[in-house]
Design a protein around this ligand. Sequence first.
Ligand code: 13P
Length: 325
Amino acid sequence: MRYDYHELGLVNTAQMFENAYRYGYAVPALNFVSIEQLNAIVDAVIEKKSPVILLVSPNLHRQIGHEMTARLAQVATDRIRSAGLSIPAALHLDHGMTFEQVEMAVEGGFSSVMIDGSKLPFEENIALTRKVAEYAHARKVTVEAELGILKGKEEQGTEGTCESMYTDPEMAVDFIERSGCDSLAISIGTCHGLVKMKPNPDGTLPELRFDILSRIQERKPGFPIVLHGCSNIPKEYVDMINRHGGHIERTVGIPDEQVRKAAKMAVCKVNIATDGWICALANTRRILDENPDAIDSRVFSLKIRPILKELYEHKIDIMGSAGRA
Ligand code: 13P
């Protein structure tokens, strides 16, 4: 079955980003892999009256299918409407790698898509993005592209170190002008997954490359920039996972102040996935340890929803999007 995103109560990101740029905040792009996460995201945006982008990876889309993805998004927008609010919500395909993946998402009711040609040679990235933009724009779907490589792991980020191939600002300007994308994900030192910042020898944390962001902003004022890999990796969750039978390395994520600073600049969308996963997982492990005789997953699923809600509210506060719906 095909879906038109308007009928699912969704919007694309055009107006969202125009407002975010004008008023100096970023729209939270929050990944979900479970019903509890989606419910908690909706709870948080209702509480905070924040616009939201629901971030779905091609893996999740494949795993739960067209129908379920579209219906979940529709339930989210129905919940917002029945709370008497008109909060803009977009359903966004994260890291679409091929034209076919994008096509499948658009037919399945996504209102926004990412085409990630960042590993391709520059001209091939432009050509793929143009093709996607022509197709998507004819259906009023907005398109995010990527230039510069964020290393790290998208789905399971426990290995490796983070090394970015920073975006070249001049190439970014050329890319924006020729590719037809509506927003651009750039690499300024953030990184997908658990392993992110490497502390300086004196223990302080390095700054993201705000100079790159400023140069693009100067050359293309008004153009929305996207930051991936912005989870903070709170110590509290890592310690909780390790205390309750897990074994993951202690790492350092992106400090809240740096995300806040980027959101006030040209960054209009900030992606968060790992923090939601580790928060849910840490608390699931803790609750299962505390309830060794549990036989029903609701023993943890009901309890983690308010904990996740608090996390997402905090993200909304950092990005400055509360009250912007
Ligand atoms: P984190 O791994 O930092 O949450 O970033 C997620 C992301 O950018 C998904 O595209």
